[in-house]
Design a protein around this ligand. Structure first.
Ligand SMILES: [Zn+2]
Length: 162
């Protein structure tokens, strides 16, 4: 009797662990599946189901018309690629945007509470940022402050969203 209940308990904890892993990596799983679907659509000449295909073709045609008006002949030549390619490319772009936002969010979470040296807990002093950091932080809309610890010489950034 004891053995079976122990086994059941073990199995239950295993299931909880599995669920936990899925929750923890759900973002990554979504990204990977989007990238795979995007790549699949790009590599395989995948025929989409009629309705979906029709929807995206109309959508794509509309976009193409608008772009044609805006950018003229040059863009229309480039756009002579298949609609499933457009779908694949859009998925890839969307996945990369999500990845970028996740990376930016993690940067803020990890670096927004720095008010003393993380290594020796001493006072930190603000120093000048490098030019490329200035430009990058402006582009990705982050408030970045550069600090230096006089005691252990550690340099660190305080990063907040704008
Ligand atoms: Zn220090």
């Amino acid at each position: 009797m004891e053995n079976t209940t122990q086994k059941k308990l073990k199995r239950r904890t295993k299931n909880i662990k599995k669920e936990h892993i899925f929750k923890k990596y759900s973002f990554e799983i979504t990204i990977v599946s989007m990238i795979s679907l995007g790549l699949f659509l790009l590599l395989e000449n995948f025929e989409l189901k009629f309705l979906i295909k029709q929807f995206f073709i109309t959508f794509y045609e509309e976009i193409k018309e608008i772009l044609k008006i805006i950018f003229g002949r040059f863009i229309s030549k480039i756009l002579k690629i298949e609609s499933s390619d457009i779908f694949g490319i859009s998925l890839l772009i969307f996945a990369f945007i999500l990845l970028f936002l996740k990376w930016r969010h993690n940067l803020i979470i990890k670096n927004s509470v720095i008010d003393k040296c993380p290594k020796c807990s001493n006072k930190i002093h603000r120093i000048k940022r490098k030019k490329r950091i200035k430009i990058l932080s402006y582009i990705i809309r982050l408030k970045v402050k550069h600090y230096h610890c006089h005691i252990c010489k550690l340099r660190m950034y305080n990063i907040k969203g704008i």
